[in-house]
Design a protein. Structure first.
Length: 336
């Protein structure tokens, strides 16, 4: 009998896994139903008013940019009373990520082009939680109940058995995540077409959304492996849950407060949540007041950037180290 197939059947038969799949479907249905109930197809009058407001907003941005340039050239008085940035390029409409569009000024109208990314982030967060809990309960329950011992009587190779469990788990979570995300996005696309606005998603939009989706799937697999590894080390599902709770309270909350009190440099880059955010979004910006302590009166925003490459390196290092430790401990541990 194939070991992977046996593990897949065991995983699919677990009641906790079935419950989590039901909760995933329920969260998806509630989100879709809420969006559908709160949206409507905009009328011609609403669209005309929204276009007028968007044009006015873009003209206002251009006027502010030209006023800033004039202030820099000393062609207007310095005491205008309006704030002007040190670098006018910061408010240059041509350099903004996006300009105001008509859908920004529509109320009660779902726009797929605008809301697809936030909705995808929500799904990724739920799938990451799903993977962590399923991974922890899958191995934790087997270790606690003696199921692993029974399996080793049939296939007496510890590392092979553990690798088969982890590989089957990751494969199932990946397949479920891909199917769920495609159905999820397709549903909201249909809602945008039927009861809202689809927007004008171009090739750049789909590439950007695909990149977020790909990074999200990687994060889901990493959190699944983390839950599996921590539960293996602790021999129980509760070990993984306790480790996450302890980390959040002691480090993300407690240590952050202490580092703010002692004025530590760049505390956000020491937090796992910051690396997760940087990985998902491509980069994350944080504020460090110490960057401006030695400024000589010039403008200083005190921001620094954390990019996705070091963030991914941290996530891979943490997951790899805990997984390797789990295999090493499992190889030598007395399972009885």
């Amino acid at each position: 009998m194939n070991l992977v197939r046996a593990e897949l059947e065991r995983l699919a038969a677990r009641r906790f896994v079935q419950l989590m799949v039901v909760l995933l479907a329920l969260a998806f249905a509630v989100t879709a139903a809420t969006t559908l109930a709160g949206s409507h197809k905009p009328s011609a009058e609403e669209m005309a008013s929204a276009r007028t407001q968007a044009i006015a907003a873009r003209q206002g941005m251009e006027a502010a940019f030209q006023e800033c340039l004039a202030w820099k050239d000393r062609t207007v008085p310095r005491d205008t009373g309006d704030y002007q940035p040190a670098d006018c390029s910061e408010i240059d409409p041509a350099r903004q990520d996006r300009l105001p569009i008509a859908s920004d000024y529509l109320r009660g109208v779902f726009s797929f082009a605008q809301q697809a990314r936030p909705l995808l982030y929500f799904l990724i967060a739920f799938l990451a939680m799903f993977g962590f809990l399923v991974g922890a309960s899958y191995i934790g329950a087997d270790l606690n109940s003696g199921g692993v011992v029974n399996l080793l009587l049939w296939r007496p190779r510890r590392l092979t058995v553990l690798a088969a469990k982890l590989g089957t788990l990751l494969g199932m979570v990946l397949a479920l995540s891909v199917v769920a995300s495609l159905v999820y996005l397709a549903t909201f696309w249909v809602i945008g077409q039927a009861a809202g606005l689809a927007g004008q998603p171009d090739g750049e939009f789909w590439r950007s959304l695909g990149a977020v989706h790909g990074r999200g799937l990687v994060l889901v697999l990493l959190t699944t492996a983390l839950g599996f590894a921590i539960a293996t080390l602790g021999r129980h599902t509760s070990a993984a849950l306790g480790a996450v709770a302890a980390y959040a309270v002691v480090w993300e909350l407690g240590a952050r407060v202490v580092m703010e009190i002692v004025d530590a440099r760049r505390p956000d880059q020491l937090m796992l949540s910051s690396h997760i955010g940087a990985w998902l979004t491509g980069e994350a910006r944080f504020w460090d007041p110490q960057l401006c302590y030695n400024s000589t009166g010039a403008f200083c925003d005190g921001l620094y950037t954390l990019t996705w490459r070091p963030a991914l390196a941290v996530l891979l290092l943490l997951t790899g180290a805990l997984t390797a430790a789990a295999f090493a401990v499992f190889r030598r541990r007395d399972l009885v």
